[in-house]
Design a protein around this ligand. Structure first.
Ligand SMILES: NC(=O)c1ccc[n+]([C@@H]2O[C@H](COP(=O)([O-])OP(=O)(O)OC[C@H]3O[C@@H](n4cnc5c(N)ncnc54)[C@H](OP(=O)(O)O)[C@@H]3O)[C@@H](O)[C@H]2O)c1
Length: 290
């Protein structure tokens, strides 16, 4: 650990250049974050990974040049940021033995584990350890994710900024004011890619039924999904304006949108997102600390 590291309220707080990161779990999300941070200029020697699989550890060292160990205590030793990227059901057993090391090194812990709440994380890490939750989504795997981020009010602003930059390495970050809002984030952007995939599938099927060869319908649909996403993103996200620009009066798009409205698409989407948020709350209960 670099002795020049700053301490705020007794906790390690470093600029990104002095990030000493431990990533626990190197599946999809752990690897996405490691790749994102390296692309942003974090040096590989600043990243240590705790990962039980020898094969996965070799792959990490070969592909990313980071140090990987089966011993999580070694991985988190002197880290100022610890990322929890294992499956929600594995979090408790993984964190409990690390509490003495956390008490010594005082890192900030960032959990991306869906549904594992701050109270439970703190019970396992140690009550005085600052814990932040992020809910990323799968496009993080291609650096185009979006994460909802919740930090309790008692976490130092510099630490929240640091974590925002860690999550920012795989996409955009939207801060939310309450932990409960993460269930809505899960329902919107966490599950959201599947909603757009479903719409693209249905479009391709409809195109096929109307006479297009299936491969052509599929390509047209996927390329439309990509192009519309790119346009929405580069156009500043003014969705009503973007939609109006495609919708000429009395034209084809208007006919389709009228059919959507008649089928209560808005109501369907609202009910779908409500169902996902309710399920997120339900799932979260099983990970609460005993
Ligand atoms: N993937 C997503 O799109 C996404 C989106 C939002 C949130 N998340 C969250 O991100 C977390 C990880 O998801 P994922 O998709 O990356 O899962 P994953 O691909 O299954 O990765 C989990 C990794 O953790 C490893 N692991 C298990 N026990 C461990 C331990 N005690 N110490 C260190 N590593 C351990 C696993 O190794 P083995 O395979 O050898 O057991 C595996 O490599 C989850 O909590 C999930 O809720 C994921």
């Amino acid at each position: 650990m670099n002795p020049a590291h700053a301490r705020v309220n007794g906790y390690n707080v470093q600029p990104m250049s002095h990030l000493d990161l431990a990533v626990l779990g190197s599946g999809n999300m752990g690897r996405a974050l490691i790749g994102g941070l390296l692309r942003q200029g974090t040096r590989p020697e600043r990243i240590r990974v705790g990962e039980p699989s020898a094969q996965a550890r070799q792959a990490l060292e070969r592909e990313f040049g980071v140090t990987a160990t089966a011993d999580n205590i070694t991985a988190v030793r002197d880290a100022n940021v610890v990322v929890v990227a294992v499956k929600p059901q594995d979090v408790a057993a993984m964190l409990k033995p690390l509490a003495p090391e956390f008490a010594r090194a005082r890192p900030v812990v960032l959990s991306v584990a869906a549904g594992v709440r701050i109270a439970a994380l703190r019970a396992w890490c140690g009550e005085r350890i600052p814990v932040i939750r992020a809910m990323p989504n799968r496009p993080a795997l291609v650096g185009a994710g979006v994460s909802g981020l919740y930090a309790p009010a008692d976490v130092a602003a510099a630490q929240v900024d640091l974590i925002e930059r860690v999550m920012g390495s795989v996409g955009e970050v939207v801060r939310v004011e309450t932990e409960a809002a993460l269930d809505v984030v899960t329902a919107l952007s966490g599950s959201g890619p599947a909603y757009f995939f479903l719409l693209a599938e249905l479009l391709a099927e409809a195109g096929g039924r109307l006479g297009l060869p299936a491969p052509a319908a599929h390509r047209l649909s996927v390329a439309t999904l990509y192009g519309a996403g790119l346009l929405a993103h580069s156009g500043g996200g003014d969705l009503p304006r973007l939609r109006a620009e495609v919708t000429s009066k009395g034209g084809t798009t208007e006919a389709a949108l009228r059919a959507f409205a008649a089928a209560d698409l808005a109501g369907s989407v609202e009910r779908a997102v409500e169902a996902a948020a309710a399920r997120s709350r339900e799932l979260a209960q099983q990970y609460d600390a005993d």
